[in-house]
Design a protein. Structure first.
Length: 253
């Protein structure tokens, strides 16, 4: 059986994506084991780079391949535990687990992160000309959340007390989240909606800015009020759903 050019192209893209993703996990893990970087830094490096694999989705002829890959990564994170009998999975847990995850026994944060990506990519295989919406939401989860946490902890003076969220929120952190989300989403919608759209529809410049503002505002609101345990799921899924509804009302869908 001879594979078509489209399938061969997609398989090559996914092969390179798999190599990149594994390196983005294994390199920080190795550096942590050699005590070159801290556990916190290793975790943030993996968080900031591994998820970029999602960027290939708009360019695949068969986006189901991205779903399969996302499922594999989600499974990898779920079974990376302190009781894992598979040595590399236990080593990964030891390298990047947080204190709360030591009690849970598995990497709850990275698992939720991968699960959110898997759900979004699966849903948008049926709407593959609009991948710019979930990609924007995922990139916000990857970068705005990290930057907001850093600014909030270092410079936060005005605390926002919300009993059920777990971690403390600050006005400075939330403003940072919104500002960085806006920059990220404008880039995402411009890049995947105009510059290199792949299989995506072309967005007008007006729609780029409107969708960017909407997803930034909604993501900030959801992040502010979401329990810290579940914000990696709630923020990208919730913002994608609401912005998708707005896109339908705007005749962008």
């Amino acid at each position: 059986m001879v594979l078509s050019l489209e399938w061969r192209s997609d398989l090559l893209i996914m092969f390179l994506t798999a190599i990149y993703t594994l390196l983005s996990i294994l390199v920080p893990k190795f550096l942590k084991e050699k005590e070159i970087i801290t556990k916190f830094t290793a975790r943030k490096l993996i968080h900031s780079f591994s998820g970029l694999a999602v960027l290939v989705a708009p360019y695949l002829n068969h986006p189901i391949l991205a779903v399969i890959f996302a499922i594999l990564m989600t499974t990898l994170m779920r079974f990376s535990s302190k009781k894992s009998k598979t040595k590399p999975l236990k080593q990964l847990f030891d390298a990047i687990s947080e204190d709360e995850e030591l009690q849970l026994g598995y990497l709850q944060g990275p698992y939720s992160y991968c699960l959110a990506i898997t759900i979004l990519i699966f849903i948008f295989t049926f709407f593959s000309d609009k991948f710019f919406i979930p990609i924007s939401a995922i990139l916000i989860m990857m970068y705005a959340d990290v930057l907001a946490a850093f600014i909030g902890k270092k410079y936060g003076k005005h605390h926002i007390n919300i009993p059920w969220v777990g971690n403390k929120r600050t006005l400075e952190g939330s403003l940072t989240f919104f500002g960085s989300s806006l920059v990220i989403s404008i880039f995402s919608f411009f890049f995947f909606g105009q510059i290199l759209p792949g299989k995506s529809i072309i967005l007008t410049t007006g729609n780029v800015f409107l969708l960017s503002f909407l997803i930034s505002f909604i993501s900030t609101f959801l992040e502010l009020f979401s329990p810290s345990k579940y914000d990696d799921l709630i923020v990208p899924l919730g913002s994608t759903l609401i912005v998708s509804i707005c896109a339908i009302l705007m005749n962008v869908w």
